[in-house]
Ligand binder design. Sequence first.
Ligand SMILES: [Zn+2]
Length: 402
Amino acid sequence: MGRQVRRAFKFRFYPTGEQAAELSRTFGCVRLVYNKALEERTRAWYGEQRRISYVQSSALLTQWKKTQELAFLAEVSCVPLQQALRHLQTAFANFFAKRAAYPRFKSRKRSRCSAEYTRSAFTWRDGRLTLAKMTTPLDIRWSRPLPDGAEPTTVTVSRDGAGRWFVSLLCQDTIPAAPATEAAVGVDAGITSLVALSTGEKITNPRHERRDHARLAEAQRNLARKAPGSANRDKARRKVARVHARIADRRRDLLHKLSSRLVRENQTVVIEDLAVGNLLKNRTLARAISDAAWRELRFMLEYKCAWYGRDLVVLDRWFPSSKLCAACGTIRGKLPLDVREWTCECGAVHDRDVNAARNLLAAGLAVTACGDGVRPQRDTPRTGHSSMKQETQRATAGIPHL
Ligand SMILES: [Zn+2]
């Protein structure tokens, strides 16, 4: 028997002109409602140390719709607006629980816009999805099938910086059990590779990565040369966004394959808390894998381990994994970043990254054995200004997009 999980399935779709206009209007209203409610809550909190509840902010929304200047809010579906208030509520709950920084305004310049529809705001019939205020179903490209008999409970529509439209459907799904195994693996953010495994395997960057980065640099230079406010600048901005999107898509694909494999093959996966650890490494060398990619990999490992009943051990950042000899336990005083291979006094020859992965594994297994020092697995957002944080702050927190 498998495990029942709520899982989001994401697809591209192509809106009609009318649908695109309706969605753009909705995105604008979602942003406005979120920002206005944030403003009110900020005033209440910093002015009077008073907290505004979701119910109170919802009452405010009703009032705004009655004013002349905000009457247009009543023209779009009210559900995405209510959902925006719920997301803000979650953001504040995380802030008050010290899990996240103070909520920030949604900028008009922010490239990604989204709107969330709950069950009452869409119809799902014979595999066709029609949103509130629309007469025709969305033209969705079903790149893979939904689970048998799946009924979406929440639908999120978004548009990325490259102007691509996506719809994400939250459905119930059954995750098959993974094969039983006792294997364990340490995974380190490599300096000479993308990641190094304690098994000695090194996973390198995809070959197209360097070319993509060169393209990105060129597109950015081109953008910088364009006059502000010009049509050409807009075109150049879109080009930059497209290259960014391609890099992110390929990276996500690679990380999905890697995380699935690690979770399938191992009962225990040990990683370092790299969101910070990676910053300590040389930026130019560590560009091989960005902080964002690490957060993404960790996020994937977290939910996939939960799905398959595997253990993810996250070690603290201070752990001197590269400088510690995995064979004899001696800590090397200095290990310059350009040293890829080193020989310990005990005679062991180490690949820098693989040695670090082996140390991570050993430390991870040690802390699991004595039950000390393991960070509890959190299903709540971490602090930081990542895109992932925004992902997890949604009402569907912790439910991954695939
Ligand atoms: Zn040694």
